[in-house]
Design a protein around this ligand. Structure first.
Ligand code: NAP
Length: 446
């Protein structure tokens, strides 16, 4: 005798970035009978693949082909331009779906916590990257880029992305999807010196080697490293052999940078280590003029100030020091980690969290796959216990119709995408719409 059919269950995934879509894929494979709705507050899917991944890293964005397949499966719907907290509440979603998975990322810049960080010319990397990538929240940022020096605080891959995008020539960016407004502003900015600032040493830097090596392959910019900062370094304290290998490769790259002769390049990328920001300096008119930094030593893995400070001029300062999750009303936050409090992805009965909102802003895109698989496993096990399924997608449709909310479906997104591709300059993959109104206008009259 075959087992009785499982009741038709429904799942809502809030957020259509990698973590949400990996979860969708994992659940759909095991429960093809489940109705899965994917909500996003923007009319466009793919989260950080669209608005975070560097515009010149187009290969990384190919992952969307896999996500396209997930969103095209029967039983799965994309509902863009539907915001939880604006169009409907989390409580309403909980009443409609058997499982609600929050894949809302960590969109808020962590504060630097030093005097002067609110001066004009100081930006968080979330805002700055969102600006050049055309995220509607940040596209109007219009950052001050008066030159000649920019400081990027942080020794992670986001700091490298920002430094590289500012250093590349228009020709090097010609086949990228850098938004036109940002390309124009960056081309016009008279930048000669970009400082990448680490509060710990080269061994502790969070760069990955491919991204670090890219700094050495730029047409008009030369990486500058003080050879003395690379003396007597050891990776022995690192116990994970894979991480140790990356650190050793990073040191090789940095040594190669330090050995490079000055070829008269018009832009220099200075890699500073053991320098912790103390104050953003004011130019006297409320604009950033530079950074006061304290020399540090690393003790037991922590940066300890030595009391010696020095000033570095910079009229634009970008902090690339990590992100926090936005609070979701009604759900507990783990304030110290900036995430939604959870136990292995479970927030409360029927509510789950995955990706950066679950574990914090770490790892590359595929890291979210293993994360999502684990959370999906938990969701699938709980779905097995559902006896009386909740009303599911029809109830969502009624609610949205009653509030005159018109979601952007997957076919609508494909129209927006086609319009972006059609308006791109020759050689570019797309010219993104940077305002929600323009995305919706591309759909024509409703
Ligand atoms: P990250 O890798 O965690 O790096 C953050 C950096 O900020 C660290 O160097 C950290 O130093 C520093 N920092 C934190 N607080 C600071 C403070 N108060 N003052 C000075 N420095 C401070 O984060 P991320 O660069 O934002 O990247 C997020 C994740 O996305 C990472 O996993 C990254 O690899 C990934 N990503 C990958 C790519 C790619 O693969 N191409 C591109 C972009 C991002 P400490 O180490 O001392 O805390």
């Amino acid at each position: 005798m075959s087992a009785p059919p499982l009741p038709a269950v429904s799942v809502c995934v809030v957020g259509s970035g990698p973590s949400g879509l990996y979860a969708v894929d994992a659940i759909a494979r095991k429960r093809p009978d489940a109705a899965i709705d994917v909500l996003d507050r923007l009319p466009t899917p793919f989260g950080l693949v669209r608005a975070g991944v560097a515009p010149d890293h187009l290969g990384t964005k190919n992952i969307v082909r896999q996500f396209d397949r997930a969103l095209s499966r029967p039983g799965i719907r994309f509902l863009g331009n539907v915001a939880v907290g604006r169009d409907l509440s989390l409580d309403e979603l909980k009443a409609i779906y058997d499982a609600v998975i929050l894949a809302v990322g960590a969109p808020l810049d962590r504060p630097l916590g030093v005097p002067g960080e609110t001066l004009a010319g100081v930006y968080g990397s979330g805002a700055f990257v969102g600006w050049y990538n055309g995220h509607p929240d940040h596209a109007a940022l219009a950052p001050r880029l008066p030159g000649p020096s920019v400081a990027v605080i942080g020794n992670g891959n986001v700091a490298l992305d920002i430094a590289r995008i500012l250093a590349k020539t228009p020709e090097e960016m010609a086949d990228s999807d850098l938004c036109a407004h940002a390309a124009e502003a960056i081309t016009a900015a008279p930048i000669t010196d970009i400082h990448i600032i680490g509060r710990r040493g080269p061994v502790e830097a969070a760069f990955t080697s491919v991204e670090l090596a890219e700094l050495g392959q730029l047409q008009r910019a030369r990486p500058v490293v003080n050879a003395a900062a690379l003396e007597n370094l050891s990776t022995e304290a690192e116990t994970d052999p894979r991480v140790r290998k990356v650190k050793e490769r990073n040191l090789e790259i940095l040594r190669e940078f330090a050995d490079r002769p000055d070829g008269g390049e018009p832009v220099r990328l200075h890699l500073h280590f053991h320098a912790a920001p103390c104050t953003v300096l004011d130019d006297g008119s409320g604009c950033a003029a530079g950074l006061r930094l304290e020399r540090t030593q690393v003790k037991d893995g922590r940066a300890i100030g030595t009391g010696t400070t020095f000033d570095l001029p910079a009229t634009t300062i970008i902090t690339a020091i990590g992100y926090r999750c936005a609070a979701v009303p009604g759900l507990p936050m783990d304030e110290s980690r900036g995430i939604i409090a959870n136990e292995e992805g479970c927030v409360e009965t029927g509510v789950y969290v995955t990706g950066w909102a679950r574990r914090g802003p770490s790892g590359v895109i595929p890291t979210n796959r293993s994360d999502a698989l684990a959370v999906a496993g938990r969701v699938l096990a709980d779905l097995e216990t559902v006896v009386l399924p909740k009303p599911g997608p029809d109830a969502l449709d009624s609610l949205l119709t009653s509030r005159a909310v018109r979601p952007v479906c997957y076919a609508d997104w494909q129209k927006i995408e086609a319009a972006e591709v059609a308006r791109a300059a020759k050689g570019r993959p797309r010219e993104k719409f940077i305002r929600v109104e323009d995305m919706l206008a591309a759909l024509g009259p409703s």
